[in-house]
Write a protein that binds this ligand. Structure first.
Ligand SMILES: *Cc1c(COP(=O)(O)O)cnc(C)c1O
Length: 397
């Protein structure tokens, strides 16, 4: 039986807060508290080094990867967790260029998340030899996938606008040109249904602290299509990706499984919290979650259009082209967001003028949306956002 949504009782949500930023940092799952305490006291505290075996810490990166797999349409044994998403982007690019040694272009879109572009640029500078990072506007991507392209690196759902690529169509286009397709699922995993196996994507990466609620700094993940795994020669060849780490061999021999994409010692406390957070998803029907997300988003858009005419929709109006966030452009978006946060309506801001609201049906209901728009329209109508304290820029926006 799928859980009926929302399930606010599963999360620690402070009184008086309407949380519309689960696309940036998901809330704390209630059971994670006891789990973190237990992994610290019972495992680390009492078992010490023995816990790598007695609590099977060594298996956790793949075990937790297998919990993520069904959410992204990936088969068992094709996902492993570790490191940060930025590192996973770099790792996936090293794999892709290794699979197409005769090609020199990494293709991405100009609106991609900066870290993805920086990582590609850093790799290109390291490789030299005529490698090139080519970026084009998202709408020009299909036409830019030529036979020069080694890898296409795209974020499925855009972080700033929520605009969503057609994963099956772009992947087919990449494959027709002989390119390796890498999807960044940062804003897709736990937000929209994803079918990696169905679209035969080569590689995918993502993070777990956004819609998966794994907590700040929870590990990233990487997916490799099963038939590719044994052909991958890891450039980030860490000892825990070795076939026999404790053989302590001077030469690297990759593990036969997806574990070859492990690098170093996993963050066990964070992985234990993530494992707990992922248990919630075992009972979630992604199609039902998507239907709720669309319904809540449409309600939000309709109310804002009627009551806040100053705000311009920055997300696609068609829900089929949108992930699970809605965004509005307003010149003083930063100030408006600070005024909202002061009232307990928490979203975030992305430069130069975007107010972002994450729509997370796990813990949001219609009345949260209506209440949030009540407060937003009051702030817009009274122009209370002009109070000077709301213009003070914080380090994180
Ligand atoms: C959130 C996000 C990141 C962040 O990467 P970290 O290494 O986890 O800080 C990278 N890429 C995209 C597309 C993101 O949305």
């Amino acid at each position: 039986m799928p859980l009926s949504l929302p399930r606010k009782d599963l999360f620690h949500l402070p009184e008086g807060v309407i949380y519309l930023d689960g696309n940036s940092l998901g809330p704390l799952p209630n059971t994670a508290i006891a789990r973190a305490e237990s992994v610290m006291r019972d495992e680390w505290g009492n078992e010490l080094i023995r816990a790598w075996n007695s609590a099977d810490w060594m298996a956790m990166p793949e075990k937790v990867g297998n919990q993520i797999a069904p959410l992204i349409g990936a088969p068992h044994g094709s996902v492993v967790t570790g490191d940060t998403l930025s590192i996973k982007v770099f790792q996936s690019l090293t794999i892709a260029v290794g699979l197409r040694p005769e090609r020199r272009v990494i293709l991405s879109d100009t609106t991609n998340f900066p870290s993805d572009l920086y990582m590609a640029d850093g790799l290109i500078r390291l490789l030299g030899k005529g490698y090139e990072l080519r970026t084009v506007p998202p709408e020009d991507i299909p036409g830019a996938i030529t036979e020069e392209v080694a890898a296409v690196l795209l974020t499925h759902v855009n972080y700033r606008t929520g605009a969503m690529f057609d994963m099956a169509r772009v992947t087919a286009k990449a494959h027709a040109a002989g390119a390796v397709m890498i999807w960044d699922l940062a804003h897709s995993t736990g937000a929209v249904p994803v079918d990696l196996a169905g679209c035969t994507a080569d590689l995918a990466v993502g993070c777990t602290y956004k819609f998966l609620n794994g907590g700040p700094g929870s590990p990233g993940f990487i997916y490799a299509r099963p038939d590719l795994i044994e052909t991958i020669q890891p450039a980030l060849a860490g000892w825990l990706g070795h076939a026999a780490p404790f053989a302590m061999e001077p030469t690297y021999h990759p593990a036969a499984s997806i574990e070859r994409l492990r690098i170093g010692t996993p963050a066990i406390i964070q992985l234990a919290i993530l494992e707990e957070a992922l248990k919630i998803w075992a009972d979630i029907d992604m199609q039902e979650l998507r239907a709720s997300s669309v319904r809540l988003s449409e309600l939000f858009l309709k109310e804002v259009a009627a009551r806040c005419p100053q705000l311009n929709l920055a997300s696609p109006a068609d829900p089929a082209l949108r992930g699970s966030q809605v965004c509005f452009a307003f010149e003083h978006g930063y100030e408006v967001m600070q005024a909202l946060i002061a009232e307990g309506v928490i979203g975030d801001y992305r430069t130069p003028d975007i107010m972002r609201f994450g729509i997370t049906p796990l813990y949001l209901a219609d009345d949260d949306i209506l209440q949030a728009v009540d407060i937003l329209s009051e702030i817009m109508g009274t122009e209370r956002w002009r109070e000077p304290q709301f213009a003070v820029r914080a380090r994180v926006t």
